[in-house]
Write a protein that binds this ligand. Sequence first.
Ligand code: PSV
Ligand code: MN
Length: 397
Amino acid sequence: MTLSDSALRDFAFKALDSFQIEIPSWGFANTGTRFGKFVQAAAARTIEEKFSDAAEVNRLTGATPTMALHVLWDLPKGVKDVSEVRALERRFGIRAGSINPNLFQDQEYKYGSLCNPSAEIRDRALDHMFASIEIGKALGSRDVSLWLADGSNYPGTQSIRKRIGWLEDALRACHDRLAPEQRLLVEYKPFEPAFYHTDIADWGMSSHLSRMTGPQACVLVDTGHHYSAQNIEQIVAWLLHTGLLGGFHFNDRRYADDDLTLGSIDPYQVFRIFHEIHSAAGDGLEIDVAYMIDQSHNLKGKIEAMVQTVVTAQELYLKAALVDRERLAELQQACDLVAAEELYRGAFWRDVRPFTRAWREARGLPADPLEALRTGGYVERIVRERGSRVSAVSSYA
Ligand code: PSV
Ligand code: MN
């Protein structure tokens, strides 16, 4: 693929036009670690403020038209809150994105939710799933994104196999309730809050559950939910190959589920993940992937961190789009290892910022979104408006 400068620019613009990423409502609220929270005056406390912050991120980046909602935090009255959300969508020009049930914060879930040994508690958890599916329908939002905190802390204290059966039954029942256009995303996480076994611990378990649940269920990969040495792009390649990749929760990690800014620790890994997606699309695989951010920042400014993440995601997505895949395929076939690696690495090291800047200017967006945030006055305004508050809201244990 040797392109002229203008063809290359068109190709880059097309790639950037095609990339959108969902931001999480919980990323704008005061959250932190289990040891404490450093309260920020600018943090959002209400769903209205979250919509307002999401609109500011979208105004600066042009790439975040939807915001993920967390049911108990954002729609505590369930479907009854939908009309308010609808009004906020219209007012701020941001649509409700994935619906995230909350099966981890109530006291009754001490020993699990959909996998709890008590049939009564399992039913209550299932009702919450049904309510979340109805919220998704009422909002016209496609994905219900399930993360389950269920698990156990000590060997021998729970029947791992019984819990698999309960989970299978529950997910099948959820699938029966989905509208034809809805999807159920099944997220995995190896540990935390459970420290011995987690009921959906890895992509194999998520794949099995998705497959047995039905055609509208697929796997969600949260980049922070892997052990240190895991090859995430290989997992992504397998999920693409098996048609089970539904979406991502992007963030970075150094030790565990650290919620660090995407690309702050290992940008090459994000590039490698995007490369697998571009490469599968180039080979004609049918791909329908929801890109989402799942980060809560304890130290960085919430909106600033979100803008930084979106910009980073765009750059890494574009770097991977610009890999000369035809040439790479030839080099791979010839087992020309060093040349293949240099081509691949070269794409990662390429500075794509002239393209992203030109694209933003062409689309009427600020050329430097972070600078525009710093000088635009939005953060100062919300600090003035929201700053009188003193207490942190714990919307994330
Ligand atoms: C759990 O760590 C997780 O990543 C799940 O995706 C949740 O939806 C999200 O955090 C917010 O609770
Ligand atoms: Mn997640």
